[in-house]
Structure formats: C-alpha cells, structure tokens
Design a protein around this ligand. Structure first.
Ligand code: DX5
Ligand code: ZN
Length: 219
C-alpha cells in the first residue's frame, strides 16, 4: 500500500464541454481536492480538448488542485502558459522527442510540481531517469486520447514496479493511474501501491459521488 493518502482526481474531459463550469461545480460539491485536466494536441493523441484559456477561466471557480496532463508532442513549448493559467501539477510524457529533464526542471522553476507519464506500451524502465525530478508518476491504463475506454491490466505490473522503486530509493512519489478507472480497477491498482486515481466517465456517471470516492479509495 502507498504512504500517500488516496486521492481521486476527476477528469473534466468527461464533462459537457459547453458547461465545464458545471462539471467543475459537481467535482467541488463532491468535496474533491483535485481536478484532472486533459490537454490534447490532435497529434501526440488523436483528439483535441482545450487549452490554457479554459484552464485560466476555470481557475477562479475554486481552490482545487489543478492536475494538468499534457498529451502534447511539444509540451516544453506550453508549460509556461499552463503554469500561468493556474496549473499546480503539470504532467508530461516520455514518448515524444523533446528535452524531458529540462522541461521537468522548468515546470518546477515555474512554481508547479512536475510529473512524468508513460503510455500502456511504454516500459516502466523509461521512467527511471526522471524519478528524482517528479512528485508523481502517471501510468496510463488506456491509450490516451479519449475517455470511456476499457482498463488495460498490463498497467498493474508497472504499478508494482514503480512502488518497488519508490521504496528502494525512498522517493516521496505519488503513483497516479489514468484510464478506465472504476471501483474494481481502482482496487486492483491500490493493492499494488497506486494512491492517485483519474476517473472521468465513471465519476460523472456515479449517482452518489461521495460514495464513489469512498469506494475508489477503499474507505
Ligand atoms: C485519456 C485521458 C484520461 C481520461 C479518463 O486520454 O488522459 O484522463 O479522460 O477518462 P475515463 O475515466 O473515462 O477513462
Ligand atoms: Zn489524463
């Protein structure tokens, strides 16, 4: 189990994009401390979502921690814009070709917490050069681009591996899992050391959102 308290970060991508403020309100009314914001460029992932202006417009609506997930080919070109828009954590992927370590340090210099992410087919070993530079590892349990996909269970061994590295290297690190998270898949991930969960579809579909959060965190 993780040393970190369990957190659910609803993905606002699953809300109605003409009424994102309402989606934000639903998250706030459930008393949740984090919001996950999926930023997509239509190139690194085959979908487009929203940009810094939307994040900036959501910022004044509450004090929630903005967990911004950059699914971009050139995230280094955008970290400043998202930091200025009000991000508190900025997650970048290992797969595209850009100066990853420098970008993580730039995120930190901007006053945000840096995080690193790998896709389902990327080996956990690709995270190793960055573990000392981040506050969180995001492990994708779907191929990024869309909400509502099915959980890919090959993420489970990666959670165990990152949890082992966290212990061996005494890293103060959150392990976040993103994609197809529901009560059952969250349990499987929690048992292996995950402590931070992104849920879009399942959260917004849940009739009792406060009970859903308790179930996701096994409370
Ligand atoms: C997928 C995004 C996820 C997604 C999660 O590209 O990174 O955050 O919105 O949505 P669900 O929970 O519906 O899989
Ligand atoms: Zn995401």
């Amino acid at each position: 189990m993780s040393p970190h308290p369990c957190i659910l970060a609803p993905s606002i991508l699953a809300a109605n994009h003409t009424r994102l403020a309402e989606g934000f309100q639903i998250i706030a009314e459930a008393g949740l401390p984090w919001v996950h914001l999926d930023i997509m460029d239509g190139h690194f992932v085959p979908n487009l979502s929203f940009g810094p202006q939307v994040v900036a417009d959501l910022r004044p609506l509450g004090k929630q921690y903005f967990d911004v997930h950059l699914m971009l080919d050139n995230p280094h070109l955008y970290v400043e814009a998202f930091a200025k828009a009000g991000a508190q954590s900025i997650t970048i992927h290992t797969e595209p070709d850009y100066p990853i370590e420098q970008t993580l340090e730039h995120i930190r210099a901007l006053g945000c917490e840096p995080a690193i992410c790998i896709n389902p087919h990327t080996p956990a070993e690709d995270l190793l050069p960055y573990l000392h530079h981040v506050h969180m590892v995001l492990l994708m349990s779907v191929q990024p681009g869309f909400g509502g996909q099915s959980f890919q269970s090959n993420v489970l061994d990666k959670i165990s591996q990152v949890d082992l590295w966290r212990k061996e290297m005494s890293l103060d690190l959150r392990i976040e899992v993103d994609g197809g998270i529901n009560i059952e898949t969250a349990r499987l991930c929690r048992e292996r050391g995950a402590d931070t969960f992104v849920a879009g579809t399942a959260f917004f579909k849940a009739a009792d959102k406060k009970q859903f959060v308790r179930d996701i965190c096994g409370q």
